[in-house]
Write a protein that binds this ligand. Structure first.
Ligand SMILES: NC(=O)c1ccc[n+]([C@@H]2O[C@H](COP(=O)([O-])OP(=O)(O)OC[C@H]3O[C@@H](n4cnc5c(N)ncnc54)[C@H](O)[C@@H]3O)[C@@H](O)[C@H]2O)c1
Length: 250
């Protein structure tokens, strides 16, 4: 990928799944990478798996104070931030009728407010410096409805609109895109799907399988690179054609 060598990249939720694979990919491209994650065990694990990481910062994205302090720490470790992968997220599988106010607030706090806190903090830094790229992890659940994840789906639709609005205001200095993965085989997915459920999903996806986290990382690398210099303000779906057809295709 062109232009990624020496880029300073901050990845939230970088201790696991898509974020961890993205950290590995940017390191392969010659970028300098810091991950930010609230999970201490995960941070220790990723630091030992990826010894070239410039650091692993402890912060919960749902706390503005921790986001601001974590960002300052990332700037200290990297010398600046050129690319933010705004990726940390959580999901809870539950019926719409059973969602409690506490669960609703928790999912919104991490997946939407947390994305906003990180995006605004990074955008102010990039705006002052005249350039930057912000890439945010949405989901196909932000594009089409899916049962048992109403709160999560609402946050991901919010991330897509946040992305488009940010791109309009931050151009021409900062590019902002979202990606919408379908089913990706990560610890998040494994936590809520039995083997039978994973098989059932694989049968329904036209490509016949879940995505590997590395395949999502490749899209992030492309969108952050100079090859994507004219790409901003949109959401890119990567789902093995899961959402390509309507009822007739099922
Ligand atoms: N796995 C999928 O099928 C799938 C599909 C579409 C979108 N996504 C999205 O991709 C992103 C990454 O998911 P994943 O599957 O890699 O999950 P994961 O659970 O493997 O990794 C998520 C990471 O985010 C961290 N995190 C969670 N809440 C945090 C917080 N408040 N502050 C800081 N760090 C926090 C966790 O500690 C973890 O390391 C999420 O936004 C998720 O919604 C996942």
């Amino acid at each position: 990928m062109r232009g990624l060598k020496g880029k300073r990249v901050l990845i939230t939720g970088g201790a696991s799944g898509i974020g961890a694979a993205t950290a590995a990919r940017f390191l392969e491209e010659g970028s300098a990478v810091v991950v930010l994650d609230r999970d201490a065990k995960g941070r220790a694990q990723i630091l030992s798996q990826l010894p070239k990481l410039a650091g692993a910062v402890d912060a919960d994205v749902s706390s503005l104070k921790q986001v601001v302090e974590g960002f300052v720490e990332a700037v200290r470790l990297l010398g600046g931030v050129d690319v933010l992968i705004n990726n940390a997220g959580i999901s809870i599988r539950h019926n719409f009728l059973d969602i409690t106010p506490e669960e609703w607030d928790k999912v919104i706090a991490v997946n939407l407010t947390g994305v906003f806190y990180m995006a605004q903090t990074a955008a102010r830094h990039m705006w002052e410096r005249g350039s930057g790229v912000i890439l945010q992890t949405a989901s196909t659940n932000g594009l089409v409805g899916q049962p048992y994840y109403a709160d999560y789906n609402a946050t991901k639709a919010g991330v897509i609109e946040l992305t488009k609005s940010m791109a309009l205001e931050l151009a021409p200095k900062v590019r902002v895109c979202a990606i919408a993965p379908g089913y990706v085989l990560t610890p998040m997915q494994r936590a809520e799907y039995t083997d039978e459920m994973l098989d059932a999903v694989n049968r329904k996806v036209p490509l016949g399988r879940h995505a590997q986290p590395q395949e999502i990382a490749a899209l992030f690398a492309f969108l952050a690179s100079d090859d994507a210099a004219y790409i901003t303000g949109h959401v890119y779906t990567i789902d093995g054609a899961e959402t390509a057809g309507g009822l007739a295709s099922r």
